[in-house]
Ligand binder design. Structure first.
Ligand code: PBG
Length: 325
C-alpha cells in the first residue's frame, strides 16, 4: 500500500495555515468605486437592474464618496448622467456639465485622500448614445472624436480629476489626451486607459444606469470577444502613447486577457467588474441561489489573482467595510 508522499491538503488543514499561505489579497486601497451622478436630480434614483446602486444627486454623491473614502476605498470613478443630450455630446466639455461639476464636488470633499477619476467618453452625453461623434454617414468618426476627447480631458483635469479614464476605444485617444493635458499645464494628471475593452453583453445594466440613448452596438470600436492577441496590440499602443495605468474590461469573462496583459505590462493593471457582473450575482443572491458575500469576495480574489492590481467594482465601499485594510 503506497501512501502519498506529497500531501497538499496539509496546508489547508486549519484557517491559520490557509491564511498564512494565501497568495492573493483584496485590500480596500485596491478598489475603485464607480459612481453615477444625475443632473437635476433631487433624490437619488435607484437603478433597477443594479440593486443597491443609484444615480446620485450632487449632495448624495458627496456623502457617498466621503463614506467610501472613510471605508478605505482607493479611488472613485465618476460617470455623469446629463439632462440633455446632443449630437456632439457638448455637455462633456462644458465646465458646468454634470460630470465636471461632480468632479469638482468630489475632489473638494475627498481632497487627496483617494484618487478621483472621470470617465472620459461621450456615450453618456450624445443623443445617439455612441462613444464618439458621427460622420455624415452615421459612422463613429475616430479623429473628430479625438478632438472632443482632448477638450474633455482638459476640463476634467481643471475640475480636479487626478486621473482621466478614456473608455471610448478610439484609436490614438491616449496620445491625444496626454498631449492636450500637457499643453494645458496638467502634466501631473494621469491617464487610466481602457486598453482592452470588449463589446460585451454584460454592459446591459449600465445602459439603464446612464439613461443610454444607444441604438445599435459598439462593435466597430470595442473589441471582439473572440480575440485575445489584439489586446496586446492595444496595450503596446496605449503604453507608447503614455498611459499611466491600463485596464481590461469586463473582468470575469476576460480573465485570460487580464492575465496576458498583466504578464507584460510595465504599468499597474486595472480590471473593471462591470454592471452585468454585478447584476448577475445580485440577482442570483436575491434568489438565495448564491451566497452573496462569499461570491463577491471570490470574484474579486480571482480578478486580483489573474493579475489586476486594482479593481473597479460597484461593491467597493461594501467590500472595503468587510475586510481589513
Ligand atoms: C463608456 C463606458 C461603458 C462602461 C464604462 N464606460 C459602457 C459601454 O462601453 O458600453 C460600462 C461599465 C459597466 O457596464 O459597468 N462610457
Amino acid at each position: 500500500m503506497g501512501f502519498p508522499a506529497q500531501r497538499p491538503r496539509r496546508l489547508r488543514s486549519t484557517p491559520a495555515l490557509r491564511r498564512m499561505v494565501a497568495e492573493t489579497e483584496v485590500r480596500p486601497r485596491q478598489l475603485i468605486l464607480p459612481m453615477f451622478v444625475r443632473e437635476g436630480a433631487t433624490d437619488p434614483v435607484p437603478i433597477s437592474s443594479m440593486p443597491g446602486v443609484v444615480q446620485h444627486t450632487r449632495d448624495s454623491l458627496r456623502k457617498a464618496a466621503t463614506e467610501a473614502v472613510a471605508a478605505g476605498v482607493g479611488g472613485i470613478m465618476l460617470f455623469g448622467v446629463p439632462e440633455h443630450h446632443d449630437a456632439t455630446g457638448s455637455g462633456a466639455v462644458d465646465p458646468d456639465g454634470i460630470l465636471n461639476v461632480a468632479l469638482r464636488d468630489v475632489r473638494a470633499e475627498v481632497g487627496d485622500d483617494a484618487v478621483v477619476m472621470g470617465d472620459l467618453c461621450l456615450d453618456e452625453f450624445t443623443d445617439h448614445g455612441h462613444c464618439g461623434v458621427l460622420d455624415a454617414d452615421g459612422r463613429v468618426d475616430n479623429d473628430a472624436t479625438l478632438e472632443v476627447y482632448a477638450r474633455m480631458g482638459v476640463e476634467q483635469a481643471r475640475a480636479g480629476a487626478h486621473m482621466v479614464g478614456p473608455s471610448g476605444m478610439m484609436d490614438g485617444q491616449v496620445g491625444v489626451i496626454r498631449e492636450a493635458l500637457d499643453e494645458a499645464g496638467f502634466a501631473d494628471t494621469g491617464i487610466l486607459a481602457y486598453t482592452a475593452k470588449y463589446a460585451s453583453a454584460f454592459y446591459g445594466p449600465f445602459r439603464e444606469a446612464v439613461n443610454s440613448q444607444l441604438r445599435g452596438d459598439r462593435k466597430t470600436y470595442q473589441q471582439d470577444g473572440a480575440n485575445a492577441r489584439e489586446a496586446l496590440r492595444e496595450l503596446a499602443l496605449d503604453l507608447d502613447e503614455g498611459a499611466d495605468m491600463v485596464m481590461v474590461k469586463p473582468a470575469l469573462a476576460y480573465l485570460d486577457v487580464l492575465s496576458r496583459v498583466a504578464d507584460v505590462a510595465d504599468v499597474p493593471v486595472a480590471a473593471y467588474q462591470i454592471s452585468g457582473e454585478y447584476a448577475m450575482i445580485e440577482a442570483a443572491a436575491a434568489q438565495g441561489w448564491l451566497e452573496r458575500e462569499r461570491t463577491i469576495l471570490e470574484t474579486l480574489t480571482s480578478i486580483r489573482r489573474a493579475g489586476a492590481d486594482v479593481v473597479l467594482t460597484y461593491w467597493a465601499s461594501e467590500v472595503a467595510g468587510m475586510i481589513d485594510r
